[in-house]
Design a protein around this ligand. Structure first.
Ligand SMILES: Nc1ncnc2c1ncn2[C@@H]1O[C@H](COP(=O)(O)OP(=O)(O)OP(=O)(O)O)[C@@H](O)[C@H]1O
Ligand SMILES: [Mg+2]
Length: 254
């Protein structure tokens, strides 16, 4: 029995000017089946995230979140319907404290919700602050609440960014290279953090170059090369695939 689709890309294409960076890309991420999107540098992985999150509009094809067609939905609405992401470069405001960053994130979310939460702007954000503290505590990060982001080690900053990305209650979370730049201890902490999100029912789609990390976190792998899907399966399956080996090793004969 397979789970319901959390995300479906249906014949998606993207061109920038004359440059086709994605072509005829179709795949499904099943609910609660942590999935990795891998491929060599420039394969189009971040572009997929940019299309799904609404940073760019696709040139062709459709994107479905669950059953809902989100192809033309504004990115802010996508957050409201359960989609969240991190960026390849952390987007926290380094001059603000951790808690301030999280509250700013909440504010961005709320202002898209048809002013439903207007009353909260008249009180000193106490509900948002409480929610943010709870979210930090759940991940064992509450000690950092009032630290300036610029003073924090990179591994902690990445996990704070993860807390930011999940505060809106995402059902599908896309992470662009969560383990990049982390030392082994920080990588373990990141993995534990992701396990916690999985237990909460969050579906993960991650772009990651560290195959050991992919092996530990993901059940399914999709491989892109030059904007096209070249393989899909378990990590062991795709690693045996001649086209995948050729893409990574540059072996024309494979
Ligand atoms: N806004 C843009 N305008 C023009 N070309 C772009 C734009 N964004 C991405 N590209 C091109 O699209 C291709 C895919 O880039 P993308 O960033 O999606 O790759 P990636 O798989 O994430 O690579 P990496 O592993 O290095 O992060 C590259 O050739 C890149 O130069
Ligand atoms: Mg990228």
């Amino acid at each position: 029995m397979s789970a319901a689709p959390a995300l479906t890309l249906d014949h998606l294409g993207k061109a920038f000017g004359g440059l086709r960076v994605l072509r005829d890309l179709s795949f499904t991420v099943r609910a609660q089946e942590p999935t990795a999107l891998i491929g060599p540098n420039g394969a189009g992985k971040t572009t997929v995230f940019n299309l799904v999150s609404g940073v760019y509009a696709p040139s062709e094809g459709r994107i479905l979140l669950g059953e809902r067609d989100i192809t033309h939905m504004p990115s802010r609405r996508r957050i409201a319907v359960g989609l969240s992401r991190s960026f390849q470069n952390i987007r926290l405001m380094s001059h603000l404290t951790v808690i301030e960053n999280l509250i700013v994130g909440q504010h961005v979310r709320a202002s898209g919700l048809l002013d439903l939460v207007k009353p909260f702007r008249l009180v000193p954000n106490h509900r948002w602050r409480r929610e943010a503290i709870d979210a930090l505590a759940e991940c064992g990060l509450e000690a950092y609440a009032d630290e300036s982001v610029s003073a924090l080690p990179y591994g902690i900053r990445k996990r704070i960014d993860l807390v930011r990305a999940t505060l809106a209650g995402a059902s599908l979370l896309m992470l662009d290279e969560p383990a990049a730049g982390l030392n082994p201890t920080e990588t373990n902490a990141m993995r534990a953090h992701l396990e916690l999100l999985k237990k909460r029912g969050v579906t993960l789609l991650i772009v990651e170059h560290d195959m050991h990390f992919v092996d530990q976190v993901c059940e399914r792998v999709i491989v892109l090369n030059f904007g096209e899907k070249i393989a899909e399966g378990t990590l062991a399956e795709v690693q045996r695939d001649p086209q995948v080996r050729s893409a990574y090793l540059g072996d024309e004969a494979a």
